[in-house]
Design a protein around this ligand. Structure first.
Ligand code: M6R
Length: 619
């Protein structure tokens, strides 16, 4: 939620800031702004709307200077507008601030500052930071920031510059991500690594309550008491091409098509002659053997991966498991203790509710395992152990490749637990691993079917649009499945609603009779996941119930299934044959693509759907 960037060096800051913001736009895109320092003057341009509106504005009014900060916004306090866009200035117009996070005590601070004569122009919480720094400023911007942030409650990652200090870029963080990018005679601050990857692959991950002073040739990191902290830089293995569209129309499509390759890499990395390896997992095997139950906690798509994990863990690791959405877990009285392993699944590793759930679980004595994609993210750092999904940067707001990578890690972790807890015989374990190794090729085969622009999913999406218009926009989608593919029904519905804004719900098919069947008339399109499984016959009965009430059925079936042909299915989608356990990895591919093509038919902004942001760092 919101992306920030800062630059100090010899390049034209505007260019670096705009490029960085374009890589951070996934974090928020309702307004954007930059400020640079030139000839002892702050030059500020900010614009409501997507980054392109700011770029247009800068064409007529380019900013010079080699020091600057920038921001792309996802509104929390105050509507998207030019005025509420960042950077924000203090009364004197000498201090500029960009901020990601929420200042919870901003009203209290605003009142106190107003009494002292400070004048505010925006509705944002951020503006008070600029004024607070102004209050403490005595000729040293770093010192003023250090004093100011001590009074802030809530979350922040900030970048700050002062008109009279052309050699200083200052930052600070608490519960919102911030990194330093280290260059030669230049340094960067940013919310996320892709923002600086064009210039450097060496970064420092910052911790809470750290204040950073950068010149173009030096960095200083201090804690709130002013003590200097030494930190090791990290080399980033991602290359910038991963953060670009690479010829695809949208990041989402590119990320969907990357999935087979990522799965292959995960298996190559994690499987060797000695078995399953999690090098970075710091939790001891003896502790994992002792675990009596597992709680998986996550949000959105990561929650759906977690739900699938429950099926795996119960079946193969023999562990009672449950899954919670982070926002519920953190405000309940979750019964977790030293015998519970809490697994937090998060692509970004920064989701505020998941981070709070992690802290709650640790407070209660549980060991916490993070399954994260973003290296060095807060969840990865605060968990007792982490397993990285290594899916590369996921830019589209709708999560796709992170989901299948999370599933892959959950499979491997389940099989690893099954091995060390001896809940599955070595023979069976070997068999499952051999089956799993076939999955990248099967997924690749399936994806190849959809390579052409004119594939059946694109055609089904066109048909749906025609139908929808004929029905005066009354149509919607239902997704039905059972057992280990039930979470995919939820995921398919989530994908569709978040990028096409159509109404879509996922249900366990067995629940239909308990209410949702009342929705069925000739309007809804019902996606039924009816691959070969132990609940196959039950799904066929559900299909009949839907058809009997006029519903339009899209069935996802196993290749070569002849039985389904007798069910008068409207649209058929086949996936390759595989073990039921691993079928979610294949089933989700047409679900992701169907959502993509429907959204494209409706002309939606696929990579940046309305009201959403990639990384939800606020509650
Ligand atoms: O970064 P996280 O995995 O913690 O994010 C969780 C959700 O915000 C995320 O999965 C969200 O639901 C996606 N937009 C789904 O596509």
């Amino acid at each position: 939620m919101c992306g920030i960037i800062g630059y100090i060096g010899d390049r034209r800051a505007q260019d670096v800031l705009i490029k960085g913001l374009s890589r951070l736009e996934y974090r928020g895109y309702d307004s954007a702004g930059i400020v640079t320092l030139k000839d002892n003057k702050l030059c500020l341009v900010k614009k409501q709307g997507k980054l392109r509106a700011l770029i247009e504005e800068l064409k007529n009014n380019p900013l010079e200077g080699t020091l600057g900060i920038g921001h792309t916004r996802w509104a929390t306090h105050g509507v998207p507008s030019d005025t509420n866009a960042h950077p924000h200035l203090d009364c004197s117009g000498k201090i500029a601030v960009v901020h990601n996070g929420i200042i919870e005590n901003y009203l209290e601070l605003k009142k106190a500052l107003s009494k002292k004569g400070h004048k505010f122009v925006s509705e944002t919480d951020t503006e008070i930071i600029a004024h607070l720094i102004e209050k403490f400023y005595k000729g040293d911007i770093e010192e003023a920031v250090l004093k100011a942030v001590k009074l802030l409650k809530g979350s922040y990652a900030i970048a700050v510059i002062h008109k009279n200090e052309p050699d200083k870029l200052v930052g600070a963080r608490c519960d919102s991500p911030l990194i330093i990018g280290l260059g030669k005679s230049e340094n960067f601050l940013a919310s996320d690594v892709p923002a600086v990857l064009d210039y450097t692959d060496t970064v420092i991950y910052l911790e809470n309550h750290e204040v950073i002073g950068l010149t173009k040739d030096s960095i200083r990191i201090r804690d709130l008491s002013g003590r200097v902290i030494r930190k090791k830089p990290t080399k980033i293995k991602w290359d910038i091409a991963q953060a670009e569209k690479g010829g695809y129309d949208h990041f989402m499509l590119k990320e969907i098509f990357e999935q087979a390759h990522i799965l292959k890499n995960i298996l190559e990395e994690r499987l060797n002659n000695s078995g399953i390896v999690f090098e970075e997992l710091k939790i001891k095997t003896s502790d994992l053997r002792r675990v009596k139950r597992i709680a998986i906690v996550a949000c959105g798509t990561a929650y759906h991966a977690g739900l699938t994990g429950k099926y795996m863990l119960e079946e193969y690791a023999g562990l009672p498991s449950w899954v919670d959405t982070s926002s519920e877990f953190r405000y309940r009285n979750p019964i977790v203790d030293k015998d519970t392993l809490v697994v937090i699944v998060s692509q970004s590793g920064e989701t505020a509710d998941s981070l709070a759930a992690l802290r709650e679980a640790r407070k209660r004595g549980s060991k916490v395992l993070g399954i994260c994609n973003v290296l060095g993210s807060s969840i990865a750092r605060e968990a007792d152990g982490v397993i990285y999904t290594h899916a590369g940067p996921e830019i589209a707001v709708a999560s796709t490749k992170a989901y299948t990578a999370q599933l892959a890690i959950l499979y491997l972790f389940t099989l690893y637990l099954a091995g060390i807890r001896k809940t599955v015989s070595p023979g069976k374990l070997g068999l499952l691993i051999r089956e799993f190794k076939k999955m990248p090729a099967l997924m690749g085969e399936l994806l190849d079917e959809y390579k052409s622009e004119y594939n059946i999913l694109a055609a089904y999406a066109q048909e749906f649009k025609r139908y929808y218009l004929q029905k005066h926009n009354k149509s919607c989608f239902l997704y039905l499945a059972r057992n280990i593919n039930y979470p995919n029904a939820l995921e398919g519905a989530l994908k569709l609603k978040e990028i096409s804004y159509l109404s879509a719900e996922g249900y366990p098919a067995g629940e239909m009779k308990h209410g949702p069947i009342a929705l069925i008339d000739e309007n809804p399109w019902v996606v039924c996941i009816v691959t070969r499984s132990k609940t196959y016959d039950k799904m066929l009965s559900n299909i009949q119930e839907v058809k009997a009430r006029g519903g339009i059925v899209i069935a996802i079936t196993t290749e070569g299934d002849k039985t389904i042909l007798h069910y008068n299915i409207n649209y058929l989608i086949e996936i390759p044959k595989t073990e039921e356990l691993f079928s979610p990895l294949l089933v989700v591919i047409p679900l992701q693509l169907l959502a993509y093509y429907v959204a494209r038919e409706f002309g939606c902004d696929i990579d940046q759907p309305r009201n959403l942001a990639k990384s939800v760092t606020v509650e």
